[in-house]
Design a protein around this ligand. Structure first.
Ligand code: ADP
Ligand code: MG
Length: 725
């Protein structure tokens, strides 16, 4: 069968798929169950389990929030109850589920089967719940351990609920764990995040105490907005670049893409809606509070956001959410692309991290209340966060560095690589007033007049939206918008937490040492931070070239690529605050640097290799077929003495692009051969020389795609991937 027929039948199949229907459980009257009836049915949280005695729960809670060791007897109660619950649901296996530095999650399954006195029994012991021993040597370790100390441990995280994952033929109980080396090094994302929560809680509790407020503890919250694309699987599996790298390495942009802004919040088509409904259902069963779903800006792009949670659980949930998006997409014959930039020329995907701090009693420290101009605690908190961003912007930038995210940051669709803060009108006026020693004139009109009476009153938001800012204050939280869609959110969150914890300790110290009233001291410290950190506040257009120049004048770092940003992990000036607060050890930072550099290099090298293969196996053969067709016509015209410049013109144009393409591919191949061994040097050459070269190759392929007739082009096009479903 010719390729023509292949692609055509794929197109036909993609648009005529039968929609998948799932049966949501119904009540006696045949009405589908409410969300609250199945919410969390696939999670196990000892704190909520009916079969666990209250005194056991209380003891475990105390252990989870202190340094006390966990007695085996208590763990045994949880292990037995969790196992019975899981088996009751049809589970046969359990696993320690963790987040190594691969960027995704890892799990090693064990069955509940045990043999006792020759008899088969089911068992989950306290020891098995508390600790696992996966071989650490095959996980990225940045060369930090040699194989003889390859032992690693996974350790049960009491604060994140267990959950069931459904395979085709059974269920597995997943126990969230941290992953630690034999020598106590954090080999994962979770451990430093948990440490950062401790640092933050200490600092915030100290701050509250200094202003005369008591709390049991403080934690950070995160609500990550997850963007993704859906592509029919028939197209996905015909694009080696999507399969190998998660993004298209070239492709000519369809004439209509996102210019009309008609996809954003648009009507959701039936097939996608079916997918979203199934996704929400599965997430709700897993106790992941999916809340918002909508079409995003680019065609084929969507977003889902959960209700925020404490950052540790939010980070676990986000990983499960990404895996569930992929799994449910697959059941609907889609492939979900979580890559930051699957298609050139249209928007990529990010993950906005909505972040706030609240006490265990539920008091949000970033809530401005009705009178932000006299809410001194709020002002002190907010200015503390701004100062933290100013001091540690480079490290925050490094935490969101990845090959995929490099395509977004600074590409006029996502916040730039320069980390700045956007405060919105109200807050900006208040802080400007404090800085200049004037009382703030704030807008007193709380309701908006829309000149209609049919509509409900609209409350005027204290913040405007500035989508070009990487870090924006949005009402009662900050929103870190520069995180990539595919990333684990744990790393950026632990670094943000650490940055804020450092400054918050200083804020507390300032107030402790002041002989003024708490209110006055808070005003003074706010003034101090705002005066100092003023350069990091930017309310203008973050996409503009002027901002790049202005930021340079202000002395803000502009770490353009991952290769520029990652060395911050090794730079004591940039990362010292993390070691000082015991969030990372120096070794752990070094490990992350090496792992992330290696990862960046490997991803790019896979991309280059795939690109070269696709040129050889798809683009050049398509050109040759077309030349063959054209040549036939040119020859025929010559035979009948007919003169036409069209075919020869096309032939020449095609030939010119092809020769350039051939030459650039050769350069890329040679460049790859000459890459130095040293990871950091390698990454610089990749970022600064080979990437631009590969982009040239991509552009040439796009040009050629536009010249070659559709029936000779063997790869699904943007048209197919973005519009046909
Ligand atoms: P947007 O309008 O920015 O797209 P969404 O509704 O998509 O907003 O997402 C907002 C996210 O912020 C949600 O996950 C929400 O739960 C979260 N959020 C709301 N309040 C807070 C808060 N105080 N702290 C952290 N996250 C919050
Ligand atoms: Mg949103």
């Amino acid at each position: 069968m010719s390729q023509h027929n292949d692609l055509r039948s794929a197109r036909l199949a993609a648009i005529s798929r039968k929609y998948r229907k799932i049966e949501r459980p119904k009540d006696a009257k045949g009405v589908p169950q409410r969300i609250t009836e199945y919410y969390g049915e696939n999670t196990f949280d000892y704190r909520k389990a009916k079969n666990i005695p209250e005194n056991v729960k209380k003891e475990l809670n105390e252990i989870a929030s202190s340094n006390k060791p966990l007695p085996k007897e208590l763990a045994d109660v949880v292990a037995k109850t969790a196992m019975e619950w899981a088996i009751g649901k049809g589970a046969t296996h359990f696993c320690h589920w963790f987040q190594p530095l691969t960027g995704s999650t890892a799990e090693k399954h064990d069955s509940f089967l045990d043999i006792k006195n020759g008899e088969a029994i089911e068992n989950l012991s306290a020891g098995q719940l508390m600790q696992g021993e996966p071989d650490a040597s095959s996980f990225p370790n940045g060369g930090s351990r040699s194989t003889f100390e390859a032992r690693g441990y996974t350790s049960w995280d009491l604060t994140s609920p267990m959950f069931l994952i459904e395979g085709v033929n059974g269920l597995t109980l997943c126990i969230p764990t941290a992953f630690i080396s034999y020598t106590g090094q954090a080999l994962d994302i979770k451990t430093p995040l948990l440490r950062s929560e401790i640092a933050l809680s200490k600092a915030a509790t100290r701050f509250l105490k200094a202003i005369g407020q008591e709390t049991k503890g403080v934690h950070s919250n995160c609500g990550p907005e997850q963007e993704y694309f859906l592509v029919d699987e028939l197209f996905f599996f015909s694009r080696p670049d999507l399969v190998m790298t998660g993004r298209t390495l070239f492709g000519s942009l369809s004439a209509k893409n996102q210019q009309l802004d008609d996809h954003y919040f648009g009507d959701i088509d039936d097939r996608v809606m079916g997918f979203m409904q199934e996704l929400d259902y599965e997430l709700h069963r897993l106790g992941i509070p999916a809340k918002t779903r909508h079409n995003e800006v680019a065609p084929g792009q969507y977003e889902i956001a959960p209700i925020f949670n404490n950052t540790n659980v939010a980070a676990d949930n986000n990983q499960v959410m990404m895996a569930t998006i992929k799994r449910v997409a697959h059941k609907n014959h889609f492939v979900a692309l979580l890559h930051e930039k699957p298609f050139a020329g249209i928007n990529g995907s990010g993950k906005h991290l909505n972040w706030s701090l609240s006490t265990e009693e539920g008091d949000n420290l970033l809530n401005p209340g009705d009178n932000p101009e006299t809410n001194y605690r709020f002002q002190a908190m907010c200015s503390t966060v701004i100062e933290a961003l100013y001091r540690h912007g480079a490290m925050i930038r490094a935490a969101i560095a990845s090959a995929g995210n490099d395509h977004r940051l600074g590409a006029n669709e996502a916040p730039p690589s320069i980390i700045s803060a956007y405060l919105g009108d109200t807050l900006d006026k208040i802080f400007a007033g404090i800085k200049d020693g004037k009382k703030a004139a704030t807008n007193s009109d709380k309701a908006m007049d829309v000149m209609t009476h049919q509509l409900a009153d609209l409350a005027k938001d204290n913040t405007d939206r500035n989508r070009t800012s990487p870090f924006a204050f949005t009402g009662n939280k900050f929103e870190l918008r520069a995180c990539g869609s595919e990333m684990s959110i744990g790393l950026p969150l632990s670094i943000l937490n650490g940055a804020v914890a450092e400054v918050l300790n200083e804020t507390a110290e300032f107030i402790e040492k002041s002989d003024k009233s708490a209110d006055e001291a808070m005003q003074e410290v706010t003034k101090k931070w705002i005066t100092n950190a003023h350069p990091v506040i930017f309310n203008g257009d973050g996409y503009s070239d002027e901002w790049v120049k202005e930021a340079e004048k202000r002395g803000l770092p502009n770490l353009k690529t991952t290769a520029d940003a990652l060395p911050m992990f090794m730079d004591e000036k940039a990362s010292g605050f993390l070691t000082n607060q015991k969030i990372f050890t120096k070794d752990e930072l070094q490990t992350r640097f090496h792992v992330l550099v290696e990862r960046y290099n490997a991803i790019r090298e896979i991309e280059f290799g795939t690109l070269i293969q696709m040129v050889n196996q798809h683009v050049l053969p398509a050109i040759i077929s077309f030349k063959n067709e054209l040549g036939g016509v040119i020859k025929m015209q010559k035979d009948i003495s007919f003169e036409s410049s069209v075919e020869t013109g096309l032939y020449k144009k095609l030939n010119y692009s092809t020769e350039t393409l051939y030459n650039r591919v050769e350069n890329l191949q040679n460049g790859l051969k000459e890459l130095p061994e040293d990871g950091q040097k390698r990454s610089k050459i990749i970022a600064d020389t080979l990437m631009p070269l590969s982009e040239e190759v991509a552009n040439l392929c796009g040009e050629i795609e536009e010249m070659v007739p559709d029936h000779l082009w063997t790869l699904p096009k943007y048209y197919d991937m973005l519009f046909l479903r």
